[in-house]
Design a protein around this ligand. Structure first.
Ligand code: DUT
Ligand code: MG
Length: 145
């Protein structure tokens, strides 16, 4: 369990903070801070009404809710969305409607889930060649269907 500072924006007043719905949940459900009717094919960066200061060494991933995806074709096209530890703007949830019907996003309704995760930063060490392996350059289905 880590602590993440959260700062509400004026349009986020009165909304529940992201929260685990069950004790073993991996994701904290996050609610919309605005109303938007998503037409078929439309996408929108939905306001959440808060900003975060994520501790260095962590990120927050934004993931879709499977119920919205299955029942309405509404999902997060950039999943998992990346919230950087140095980002101080409003957290937004990019949503897209792949369904056939207009989907009403309503303020206060759960639209996605947030998963905090540890991040390992790396640096690339450029070399002239790489070691041989069993797989070699095979990929993209090289082992069969
Ligand atoms: O679903 C998302 C994804 C990103 N962001 C914010 C936080 C993140 O730290 C920042 C940048 O995201 P990303 O690196 O994925 O986008 P980019 O297209 O590379 O933009 P930038 O050039 O600002 O890094 O935008 C969100 O609010 N929601
Ligand atoms: Mg970026």
């Amino acid at each position: 369990m880590i602590d993440i500072q959260l700062c509400r924006l004026p349009h986020g007043e009165g909304l529940p903070l992201p929260a685990y719905t069950t004790p073993g949940a991996a994701g904290m459900d996050v609610v919309a801070a605005e109303d938007i009717d998503l037409a078929p094919g439309q996408r929108h960066a939905v306001a959440t009404g808060f900003r975060l200061a994520i501790p260095e060494g962590y990120e927050v991933q934004v993931r879709p809710r499977s119920g919205l995806a299955l029942k309405h074709g509404v999902t997060v096209p950039n999943t998992p969305g990346t919230i950087d530890s140095d980002y101080r703007g409003e957290l937004k949830v990019i949503m897209i409607n792949h369904g056939a019907e207009t989907f009403p996003v309503r303020r206060g309704e759960r639209i996605a889930q947030l998963v905090p995760a540890a991040v390992t930063q790396a640096r690339f060490a450029e070399v002239a060649d790489l070691d041989d392996t069993h797989r070699g350059e095979g990929g993209f289905g090289s082992t069969g269907r």
